[in-house]
Design a protein around this ligand. Structure first.
Ligand SMILES: [Zn+2]
Ligand SMILES: [Zn+2]
Length: 124
């Protein structure tokens, strides 16, 4: 792993807010002022392909998560904040007798709960 990639990973591991590439870039730039957004983006992609981090999609936007274990997320539909749900949730069973499912192999299940975070709920 390159020093650059190590730094990007460390910066992401410090946060639990599931930042997008541009937010990681803003932080990494404090240490490596010459780094480009493209480089940060490429490194985040490589880290997620290698299994060091997880890539998520919310509202068509890519977000990065230093946690790679299976867990579920809450996304605020008002401010876009993404949080980990702090307790385990049973994932719903889907009918395993269906042909659609027999043709496929499910490897992961991600549940996204959408709604209002405490701040947005209060200001409504
Ligand atoms: Zn919110
Ligand atoms: Zn997460």
């Amino acid at each position: 792993m390159t020093q650059q990639r190590q730094l990007i990973l460390e910066q992401l591991q410090k946060r639990s807010d599931h930042p997008g590439a541009d937010e990681v870039y803003d932080k990494v730039r404090e240490f490596l002022p010459k780094i480009s957004l493209g480089t940060v983006y490429r490194n985040l992609e490589l880290l997620s392909e290698a299994g060091y981090i997880q890539k998520l999609f919310f509202k068509g936007q890519k977000r990065f998560d230093p946690r790679t274990d299976q867990h579920h997320h809450f996304c605020c539909t008002n401010c876009g904040k993404v949080e980990d749900i702090p307790f385990p949730i049973d994932t719903p069973d889907i009918d395993s007798g269906s042909d659609w499912l027999k043709q496929r192999e499910i490897q992961e299940v991600h549940l996204h709960y959408l709604g209002l975070c405490p701040d947005c709920k209060q200001s409504q």
